[in-house]
Design a protein. Structure first.
Length: 83
């Protein structure tokens, strides 16, 4: 249940950011080793942001198995800065 709360809060922050910047951003959550994540996301201490030209949006990938919740939100802030 703790992860569900984190996911909801990350999505809420992302929605506030996208409304203020008029962007489209989709956040994906996963764990180390997930096959649907880009290979770069499985390195320690990394998040990943990419731009999908076809869909016209940014995609942010966040691992939920970080050492602390603070790292999840630090990653989110870093990846939103890339968008």
């Amino acid at each position: 249940m703790n992860e569900e709360i984190i996911e909801l809060e990350v999505e809420r922050i992302t929605n506030l950011f996208t409304q203020a910047r008029n962007l489209k951003i989709k956040v994906f959550f996963g764990r180390t080793g997930d096959r649907n994540f880009p290979a770069r996301i499985n390195e320690p201490q990394r998040g990943f942001c990419s731009s999908d030209k076809v869909l016209g949006r940014y995609e942010i990938y966040i691992r939920l198995d970080r050492d602390s919740r603070a790292l999840i939100f630090r990653t989110l802030a870093h990846e939103l800065a890339h968008a």
